[in-house]
Design a protein around this ligand. Structure first.
Ligand code: SAM
Ligand code: SF4
Length: 343
C-alpha cells in the first residue's frame, strides 16, 4: 500500500483501522422487539433525521477514508421510504467492497430482488424464535410467517451466505438455540447468537435476569453438533467469534459484548439516524456530522466542500475512539435505544 493511501485511512489511537460503517437509516420499525424498544417509543421528527442525500454523502466520505463495508440498519431499514435509492448510490461507490443490510425480514418478500439489483451483497435477517406465539410475544405483534417468506425471497433473489441473528434471553428463547441452529443448517444459512446489551430503558424485563453468555450457547451446540473453529480471511469481519457446524456449510457467530469483549479488534463506527458519529456502541461520545452538513448547506457550500469538512471531523474523531466498552446489565448507562443507534 502506498504511503499516501495508508495515511488517508482511519486509524485510531490504539492502531485499529476502521473499515466498516454501520448506518442507521431510520429509528422507526414495523416491530417492537421487547429487548430493543420500549412499548411506547417516541420516534424522531423528520427534521432531526438525516435525509437520504445526506446519508449518501456521509457514506461517500467514509469510503473516501478507506471504509470498505457499509451496513444499512436501523430501526428497520426497509420501512424508510427511498432506501433503495440510497442503497443504489452507495452501491456505486468505487472502493466500497461490501454493501450489506440487517433487517427483521418482514418486508423482504417485497424488496429482496430489488435489493440484489441495486448492489446489496449480503443480508442479515433477525429471527429469535421458530415459534409463532413466542415471535408475537417477543416482537409485541409480529407474524413469523412474514419473516419466513422474507427468508425464502432472499434465497430466491440469489443472496448467498444469508445470516440469521438471534438475541438469546434466558427463560424466553434460550431453549431454542439447537432448533434455530438446525433450521439454519437445513436452510443453508449462517447464524449468529447475540448477547443482549443494556441499551435504552426498556419496560418488559430486567436485563440482568435474562442475560446469558455466548459460551453457554456454544457449549450446547458443540455437545449436540460439534463445532470447528472458523477464521474469516477478511479484514472487515471484525469483533465476533465464528465457528462452523461440523460436516455442514453453516457458520455460527457469537457476539458477546457482555462476557467477552473483542474490542481490541474493533474495526467499526456507527452513524445514527440523527447523523451522530458514534465511536463505540457502549459509549455516549458522539461527533455531530449532521451539524457540519447543515451548517455547510446554510453557508451555501457544495457537497464536495462539505465532504472535506466531514472528512476532517471524522479523521480527528479517531483520537476519541475508546479502547473498549464496559457494559453492565444491572445498570443502564446508555439511554439511547439500539434502534436509534444502528445495531
Ligand atoms: N430491524 C432490524 C433487525 O431487527 O434486524 C435492524 C436493526 S436491529 C437494532 C439490529 C440487530 O440488533 C438485530 O439483530 C436485533 O436483534 C439486535 N438488537 C436490538 N436490540 C438489542 C439489544 N438490546 N442487545 C443486543 N442486540 C440487540
Ligand atoms: Fe425493530 Fe430490529 Fe429493534 Fe426488533 S430489533 S424492534 S425489528 S429495530
Amino acid at each position: 500500500m502506498s504511503e499516501q493511501i495508508a495515511s488517508n485511512h482511519l486509524i485510531d489511537q490504539f492502531q485499529r483501522t476502521i473499515r466498516y460503517l454501520r448506518l442507521s437509516v431510520t429509528d422507526r420499525c414495523n416491530l417492537r422487539c421487547t429487548y430493543c424498544m420500549a412499548e411506547d417509543m417516541v420516534f424522531l421528527p423528520k427534521a432531526k433525521v438525516l435525509s437520504l442525500e445526506e446519508m449518501a454523502l456521509v457514506g461517500k466520505t467514509f469510503v473516501g477514508l478507506g471504509v470498505e463495508k457499509i451496513r444499512l440498519t436501523g430501526g428497520e431499514p426497509l420501512v424508510r421510504k427511498g432506501v433503495m435509492q440510497l442503497a443504489r448510490s452507495l452501491g456505486e461507490l468505487p472502493g466500497l467492497r461490501e454493501l450489506v443490510m440487517t433487517t427483521n425480514g418482514v418486508l423482504l418478500d417485497q424488496y429482496a430482488t430489488e435489493l440484489k439489483s441495486v448492489g446489496m451483497s449480503r443480508i442479515n435477517i433477525s429471527l429469535d424464535t421458530l415459534d409463532s406465539d413466542r415471535f408475537k410475544a417477543m416482537t409485541r405483534f409480529g407474524d413469523i410467517q412474514d419473516v419466513m417468506r422474507g427468508i425464502k425471497a432472499a434465497k430466491a433473489a440469489g443472496f448467498a451466505r444469508i445470516k440469521l441473528n438471534a438475541v438469546v434471553l434466558k427463560g424466553v428463547n434460550d431453549h431454542e438455540v439447537l432448533d434455530l441452529t438446525r433450521f439454519a443448517v437445513n436452510e443453508g444459512l449462517d447464524i449468529s447468537f447475540i448477547e443482549e446489551m443494556p441499551l435504552g430503558d426498556i419496560d418488559s424485563h430486567a436485563r440482568s435476569k435474562t442475560s446469558l453468555s455466548s459460551q453457554s450457547i456454544s457449549d450446547q451446540l458443540d455437545a449436540e453438533f460439534g463445532l470447528d473453529d472458523y477464521h474469516f480471511n477478511d479484514l472487515a469481519a471484525g469483533p465476533s467469534r465464528y465457528q462452523a457446524v461440523k460436516g455442514t456449510d453453516t457458520r455460527v457467530g457469537f457476539i458477546s459484548p457482555m462476557t467477552n469483549n473483542f474490542c481490541s479488534t474493533c474495526n467499526r463506527v456507527r452513524v445514527t439516524t440523527e447523523g451522530q458519529l458514534l465511536l463505540c456502541l457502549g459509549n455516549e461520545d458522539a461527533v455531530d456530522l449532521k451539524g457540519i452538513i447543515r451548517e455547510g448547506q446554510k453557508a451555501g457550500q457544495s457537497d464536495a466542500q462539505i465532504e472535506e469538512f466531514l472528512a476532517v471531523a471524522i479523521r480527528d474523531s479517531m483520537q476519541r475512539k475508546p479502547e473498549k466498552h464496559e457494559f453492565d446489565p444491572n445498570e443502564i448507562k446508555i439511554q439511547r435505544f439500539m434502534s436509534a443507534t444502528g445495531g
